[in-house]
Write a protein that binds this ligand. Structure first.
Ligand SMILES: Nc1ncnc2c1ncn2[C@@H]1O[C@H](COP(=O)(O)OP(=O)(O)OP(=O)(O)O)[C@@H](O)[C@H]1O
Length: 302
């Protein structure tokens, strides 16, 4: 559905733009219908930059992002508007998306103005009530409220509902639950699982490994802008090959385990920019020269 091929993004930084930051380096993976793909990495690893490129809020410096046959980087005007009919994003802080002086359902009116200007009032009200109910909110309780009268989880779900008014195929969910409390988190996670059941593709951007495991079919582990390991979630989590992935997994706190009982992370001194290679069906690992990585690998196929 949506494919990144050799995508890089470099920012000019520093005084007079003389420095450069390689935010994303040679990243390739594919998002498929009916699948959640978790994009996992520590702060500054380039997750949001990838999300922003997929949403065409910024363009790649190199490589291509294609949606079907469409080159996303070249979109503008009517083509871009059409793209947004199918691809939408929801971000970390729902409060910043809503204008506090307007009722929360103004976000629906904006979609109507842009995409459905000839919809009749009654028909539109029914349609909004329907999508709001489909994200497990009671339309009578949330519509007509101001953002401060709703919880973060309710606002996030309203934003997903807004996207569902369109002919949504792919949702980019960038850290959408990090600001929510535990009980609301699970509702939003279940909603994403529900979207996947409906055949949508979801790019779930998170720094939280355990959330990725809970939800996703495919996992992409990012480090300093490059993919170090990716593939079927059960393979990446069940048999992590890259030292960085192992370190991340080893650092997930577990009930009943004290910090000083956690395993010592494996040494990770190599730098390698080569793209990941397939080490078993559906499991790709970047060249880090460990025995386990080199054992039985096949050639890269994406
Ligand atoms: N507009 C920009 N101009 C310059 N540098 C940027 C810009 N946006 C991001 N960067 C840099 O690119 C790198 C990747 O940033 P990005 O926000 O994609 O990481 P992230 O993994 O999403 O981090 P976080 O989880 O903290 O949001 C960082 O070094 C960041 O400082």
């Amino acid at each position: 559905m949506l494919r990144l091929t050799g995508v890089s993004k470099t920012y000019r930084t520093g005084a007079f733009g003389r420095g450069t930051t390689h935010a994303v380096r040679n990243v390739s993976f594919e998002l498929r219908p009916g699948e959640v793909t978790s994009l996992i990495g520590e702060s500054g690893s380039g997750k949001s930059t990838i999300g922003r490129m997929v949403l065409r809020l910024t363009r790649p410096t190199a490589g291509t992002i294609t949606f079907g046959d469409t080159d996303v980087g070249r979109l503008s005007g009517a083509g871009l508007k059409e793209y947004y009919r199918h691809v939408q994003g929801v971000f970390q802080d729902p409060f910043s998306t809503f204008n506090p002086i307007f009722r929360a359902d103004r976000v629906f009116a904006m979609i109507r103005q842009s995409y459905f200007p000839s919809a009749r009032d009654e028909e539109w009200r029914e349609r909004v009530a329907e999508v709001v109910a489909s994200v497990n909110l009671n339309p009578d309780l949330v519509l007509g409220k101001y953002p401060h009268q709703l919880s973060g989880g309710q606002l996030q779900r309203l934003l997903v509902a807004r996207a569902l008014l369109l002919d949504l195929r792919l949702l980019v969910a960038d850290e959408i639950i990090s600001m929510l409390d535990a009980s609301t988190r699970i509702d939003v996670l279940n909603l994403l699982a529900d979207l996947k059941e409906r055949g949508l593709a979801v790019l779930f951007v998170t720094h939280d490994l355990s959330l990725g495991n809970y939800l996703s079919d495919q996992t992409v582990i990012l480090r300093r802008g490059a993919v170090v390991e990716r593939g079927d979630t059960e393979k990446v989590f069940g048999d992590p090959r890259h030292p960085y992935t192992r370190t991340l997994l080893a650092s997930v706190p577990r009930l009943g385990t004290r910090w000083d009982d956690l395993p010592v992370p494996e040494a990770d001194s190599h730098e390698c920019d080569a793209p990941p290679e397939e080490v078993e069906d559906g499991h790709f690992v970047a060249c880090f020269g460990t025995d386990s990585v080199h054992h039985g690998r096949k050639s890269e196929s994406v």
